[in-house]
Design a protein around this ligand. Structure first.
Ligand SMILES: Nc1ncnc2c1ncn2[C@@H]1O[C@H](COP(=O)(O)OP(=O)(O)OP(=O)(O)O)[C@@H](O)[C@H]1O
Ligand SMILES: [Mg+2]
Length: 325
């Protein structure tokens, strides 16, 4: 079983508003609302890929009830802790005339200490039957930025593989806790290693630095694919290989959540015991395919198969196991 953690679950509302202008009154020509938040999107994509997944996290108030009902309607297994404050609604306005997208994310609920501990207990319980735990997205405000580090440590004690996709201080602290994989995008990676990237050499160095900071393996998503430093964890003498995966960008219908679909692809392939190369290839194909659909985490596995054939992968370096810890 794969677990996804979403501590900022939301109802993601998308409104199509032609000629959207600030300060005017508009009428939406189309609207959709679906359960969201990064981990929920990853769970949706994993379900579409036929993987056994359970979404956990916290949800509160009528919006929280709606999140859980929508997940259940989509037949995505879920087990959330109910909290007192109301879960957030995130609103995206898409202007079909310009293609521009404006997003407004509510602040989201605060958690009490008791609610947080109930969640940690639930996750540790679920983890007893899990192989992989995906920890992604932001923390609710007021929650200690070391929480993800604590979850990574808890998962390791239970022998569960951790895949981490977050940013800022929670990412920095959780990377030090030695997660199995971190998957930041370029901007998040710059913040993590503490410098900006001017060229590919900087990017290659940065994935090495992410491993030096504590991650066993590191993957940086890029607009045209990804760069991954991965090795065979079961073999201590195996060097980590640096692989660059590229795919020509597609004309997107909606690129929202492509990082979540990427993550789902990576986890699905890894959970299925596929090779390092296949994991990255499959991840890039999933990220790209998801841009062809409205709705975060929505993807078509047949489209993913087709795209895989267009992906290029090359080895661009290696890191010896001694250097890599
Ligand atoms: N237009 C596109 N065509 C093909 N692939 C795309 C396109 N946009 C994004 N992708 C792919 O999706 C993956 C994730 O992209 P990105 O780095 O934008 O993630 P992200 O910033 O984490 O996104 P998210 O907002 O979902 O967190 C990458 O592998 C990228 O190649
Ligand atoms: Mg992302």
């Amino acid at each position: 079983m794969i677990i996804t953690v979403t501590l900022n679950a939301a109802i993601d509302k998308t409104l199509a508003v032609p000629n959207f202008r600030l300060g005017r009154r508009h009428r939406a020509v189309e609207q959709t609302a679906m359960a969201g938040g990064k981990g929920v999107n990853v769970a949706r994509a994993l379900k579409a890929l036929g993987q056994p997944v359970i979404a956990t996290g916290v949800a509160g108030g009528p919006t929280g009830t709606r999140i859980i009902e929508q997940l259940t309607d989509e037949a995505i297994l879920n087990d959330f802790v109910r909290i007192h404050e109301e879960s957030r609604t995130s609103t995206a306005v898409v202007d079909p005339t310009s293609g521009e997208q404006t997003e407004i994310n509510e602040r989201g609920p605060a958690l009490t200490e008791v609610e947080l501990e109930l969640f940690v207990d639930k996750l540790l319980y679920l983890a007893k039957g899990a192989g992989v735990c995906v920890i992604s997205g932001s923390l609710p405000h007021g929650v200690d930025s070391g929480l993800y580090a604590r979850l990574v440590e808890g998962m390791r004690r239970l022998g569960v593989t951790t895949v981490l996709d977050c940013e800022g201080e929670p990412l920095r602290q959780a990377t030090r806790a030695q997660p199995d994989v971190v998957t930041p995008n370029e901007v998040e990676a710059e913040e993590l290693v503490g410098h900006e990237f001017a060229d590919d050499e900087d990017r290659r160095v940065a994935v090495g630095e992410m491993v030096e900071l504590g991650a066993r393996q590191a993957v940086m998503t890029l607009p045209d694919g990804c760069l991954g430093l991965l090795g065979d964890d079961s073999d201590a003498t195996d060097p980590r290989r640096l692989l660059r995966v590229t795919l020509d960008p597609l004309e997107p219908v909606s690129a929202v959540g492509s990082g979540d679909a990427f993550l789902a692809g990576f986890v699905a392939a890894r959970y299925g015991g596929r090779s390092t190369e296949d994991c990255l290839r499959f991840a890039v194909a999933c990220g790209a395919e998801s841009t062809q659909h409205f709705g975060a985490g929505v993807l078509d596995p047949r489209g993913v198969e087709r795209l895989q054939e267009e992906i290029e992968l090359k080895e661009v370096g290696a890191q010896s196991p001694q250097v890599a810890r």
